[in-house]
Design a protein around this ligand. Sequence first.
Ligand code: NI
Length: 139
Amino acid sequence: MPTAYITRRERFSAAHRLFNPELSDEQNRAIYGECSNDNWHGHNFELLVTVRGPVNPQIGYVVNLKVISQIIRERVISKLDHRNINLDVDFMRGQIPSTENLAVAIWAQLDAPMRDIGVELHCVRVQETENNYVEYFGD
Ligand code: NI
C-alpha cells in the first residue's frame, strides 16, 4: 500500500508574552523586543498538522480528516483558542510561549492520539504571522 501524507488546518486566536522570568526586564526586552511588552499581545494562529499512513485501498483515505480535526480540536484548539498562553494553557505551563515551544508541546498533545487511530504524526506547523512559522517533526 502506498503511504500518503495528509494535512489538516485549524486556527486559533491567543495572547502571549515572551518573557523568561529568570532574566531581568532589560534582558527580556533585549531578546524579545515588543514581544515582551508587559500587557500581552495576540495572534491569529494557524496550525497545520500532517500525518502519514497507508492509503486504505477500500476507502481511498489514509484516515478521515474529520477524525483528525476532532482530535486536534479536543486536544489543542479548545485549550488555546481565545486564551492567554502564559496563564491558561495546561500543556504550556512553565514554558516560554514561543512558536517553537508551542509546536513541540502541540506535538506531545497529538502524538499518542494519532497513533491510536493508526496514523503517525509527521509535522506540526504553527504559523504565528503571515511571515513566520515553525515546523516540528518530532526530533
Ligand atoms: Ni507574539
